[in-house]
Design a protein around this ligand. Structure first.
Ligand code: 13P
Length: 293
């Protein structure tokens, strides 16, 4: 783990926020560009995935000027979805990647292969892989390390189960997932890191975290990043929320200090719903950029 350099404190965040995706650090305002990801999971078929991508490509042109927008289709459709996205400015990401660079690993897909397909992003450590497929914190860490080293932007998912939350362990769990997930990764390699806070109990349930729970979890994750590295890294790293985020609740969730966007599951499968979420993020990004000039 990289050491915490040169005398920056490990403050509680936010240090003084002037807008949602903004932190004031030692007198300087740090703006974080909003990030909206659509995790399609194991949904769509080839034709409907391409059609969804085409619709987003034509309708989100304005939004991508002010917010990162990325879709994460099933791996077999990456190439076709990437072609449909064309030069729209919407990023292309995979939902998972191998921790291995190459070789005899049947069924695995490497970072280089994703880059060959035009991917810019990858998700690692989604709870459906941690809990559904038994991936350990250490394996997620190895994936994070190889993804960042390859130049992919890596969306590292963390989040507690309902039982862990009830037992008062939420912060401990996200702290451990971050510590092990980033183990051995130097500060300089974290340019392409995005953290997704996805409480497991909120994923696909229709019950999102309350806005205050989400804000508290994001504040804690930022504090943990600050302890692991430094306050500057913590201030500039985007932390996005995932778990039953819809057009109906996006405004309240993304308006919370330190919530820099969303990783959207079910609602990303409908062009109108994903567009509405993207519009809100884009508007936040536009306003933040305006206030910076
Ligand atoms: P839902 O938006 O369907 O709850 O899924 C969230 C998620 O898992 C995104 O990665």
């Amino acid at each position: 783990m990289a050491s915490r350099p040169h005398g920056l404190q490990s403050p509680d965040f936010p240090l003084g926020s002037t807008c949602r995706a903004t932190t004031t650090l030692q007198g300087m305002t740090v703006h974080r560009r909003p990030f909206v990801g659509g995790n399609w999971k194991m949904n769509t078929d080839l034709a409907s995935g391409v059609e969804l991508a085409q619709r987003l490509a034509t309708s989100m042109r304005e939004i991508v000027l002010h917010s990162d927008v990325v879709v994460f289709p099933p791996s077999p459709y990456l190439h076709s979805v990437g072609k449909a996205l064309g030069i729209s400015g919407i990023g292309l990401g995979a939902q998972d990647v191998s921790a291995e660079a190459n070789g005899a690993h049947t069924g695995e897909v490497s970072c280089e292969m994703l880059l060959d397909l035009g991917c810019t992003h990858v998700i690692v450590g989604h709870s459906e892989r941690r809990h559904g497929r038994g991936e350990s914190d250490e394996l997620v860490g190895a994936k994070t390390q190889i993804a960042l080293a390859s130049g992919l932007t890596c969306v590292l998912c963390v989040g507690e189960t309902g039982a862990e939350r009830k037992a008062g362990l939420a912060h401990e769990v996200t702290g451990r997932q971050l510590r092990v997930g980033l183990h051995g990764i130097e500060l300089g390699a974290l340019e392409g890191l995005v953290i997704a806070y996805e409480p497991v109990w909120a994923i696909g349930t229709g019950v999102s975290a309350t806005v205050s729970d989400a804000a508290e979890a994001h504040r804690e994750i930022r504090r943990q990043l600050s302890l692991l590295y430094n306050a500057e890294l913590a201030a500039r790293t985007r932390i996005i929320y995932g778990g039953s985020c819809t057009p109906g609740n996006v405004q309240s969730l993304l308006s919370q200090p330190g919530v820099d966007g969303g990783l959207i599951g079910g609602a990303s499968l409908q062009a109108e719903a994903f567009l509405a979420i993207g519009q809100f993020a884009g508007e936040q990004g536009r306003r933040a950029a305006g206030s910076a000039t």
